[in-house]
Design a protein around this ligand. Structure first.
Ligand SMILES: C[S@@+](CC[C@H](N)C(=O)[O-])C[C@H]1O[C@@H](n2cnc3c(N)ncnc32)[C@H](O)[C@@H]1O
Length: 265
C-alpha cells in the first residue's frame, strides 16, 4: 500500500501496488544494508514461536567456488547467454558474467540495486513468473534458479506453467538448473516452516521473515525430484540429472533440466 495526499482534493490516497515497496522486502533490505555496512538488526525467519536468524554473509555473499561440488556441477550444466533467476546479491552472476553473457533478474529493487553496486553488469527487476514479458524467444542458452524460489510456483500446475516460461526464452538445446527441498529426503521435518502433505512427493513451507519494520510471509510448495519430472512433462523440458545434498545434513537438492529434441516431444 502507498499513502499520499492528492493536492487537488486534499484527501489521503491509498494505492495498492503489486511490486516490492518499503515494508515488504525484508530479505532485500537486509542484504542491501549488509552490503553497505549499515545493517544493525538481524534478518529473522519465523514459524510460530520458532525463529532462525539468517546468516546473511554465508548464504548470499560468499564467493562462487568453481572447485566445490556445487560449482563443478553448475559449470558443467550452464553456458551462456545465462539467465540467473532470483539472483539475490549476485553471487553466481558475478562468477559467470566473466565467462559469458549473464543477465541477473530479481523482484527486489533493493537487490537489483545491490547487484549493480557489486559489479553485476546486467541486473534487472523482472518477475520470474513473467519471463515472456521481459525477454524474446530463444534469448538464453541456460537458466539458473538457485535458492528454492521455484517453490513459490505454489502448486504442480504453477510449476508446470513456470517451466513453460524459461522454455520460451531459451534455445531449443538449452539447459537449466533448479534448486529445491525434497520432502522425501533428509531431515525435512527440521526445516523451519515445514508442513507435511499426505500426497507423496509434495509438502509446504511457510515462513514469515522480518527485518526492522519489513515483514513478508512466503508460502512455498516443496516438490520431490519425481514431482519435478512429472511437472516437466509437456513443457519441452526433461529432468536430466539430480544431485542431493548429503542427506543427514539437508533435504536440499538440485536438478538439471534439458530441452527435449523435437522428436522426443
Ligand atoms: C533465497 S534467495 C536466492 C538468491 C540467490 N540466487 C542465491 O543463491 O544467493 C531467493 C531470491 O528470489 C527472489 N525472488 C522471489 N520471488 C521472485 C520473483 N517472483 N521473481 C524474481 N525473483 C524473485 C528473491 O528476491 C531472492 O533474491
Amino acid at each position: 500500500m502507498r499513502f499520499g495526499t492528492d493536492s487537488h482534493h486534499g484527501f489521503i490516497l491509498v494505492e495498492a501496488v503489486s511490486h516490492s515497496v518499503a515494508g515488504d522486502d525484508p530479505l532485500g533490505r537486509a542484504l542491501s544494508d549488509y552490503h553497505r555496512g549499515e545493517r544493525e538488526e538481524p534478518l529473522v525467519d519465523r514459524d510460530g514461536a520458532e525463529t532462525r536468524e539468517q546468516p546473511v554473509e554465508r548464504f548470499y555473499f560468499g564467493e562462487f567456488d568453481p572447485k566445490s561440488e556445487r560449482g563443478e556441477w553448475l559449470r558443467a550444466w550452464l553456458s551462456g547467454p545465462l539467465l540467473d533467476v532470483g539472483a539475490g546479491a549476485g553471487r553466481d552472476t558475478l562468477y559467470f558474467q566473466d565467462r559469458f553473457e549473464t543477465v541477473a533478474i530479481d523482484m527486489s529493487d533493493h537487490l537489483v540495486e545491490t547487484m549493480r553496486e557489486r559489479g553485476v553488469g546486467d541486473a534487472r527487476r523482472v518477475d520470474m513468473f513473467a519471463l515472456r514479458d521481459a525477454f524474446e524467444r530463444d534469448r538464453f542458452q541456460s537458466a539458473l534458479v538457485w535458492g528454492t524460489q521455484i517453490g513459490l510456483a505454489g502448486s504442480m500446475q504453477g510449476l508446470q506453467e513456470f517451466f513453460g516460461d524459461p522454455a520460451f526464452v531459451t534455445t531449443p538445446d538449452a539447459t537449466a538448473v533448479v534448486h529445491g527441498y525434497d520432502p522425501e529426503s533428509g531431515p525435512i521435518e527440521e526445516l523451519l516452516g515445514y508442513r507435511p502433505d499426505p500426497t507423496p512427493g509434495l509438502a509446504y513451507r511457510v515462513v514469515h521473515s522480518t527485518y526492522e519494520n519489513d515483514h513478508q510471509t512466503l508460502l512455498f510448495r516443496l516438490f520431490s525430484p519425481d514431482r519435478l519430472r512429472e511437472a516437466a512433462v509437456g513443457t519441452g523440458w526433461e529432468v536430466a540429472a539430480v544431485e542431493h545434498a548429503p542427506s543427514e545434513s539437508s533435504s536440499s537438492y538440485y536438478a538439471a533440466l534439458r530441452k527435449l529434441s523435437s522428436k522426443q516431444r
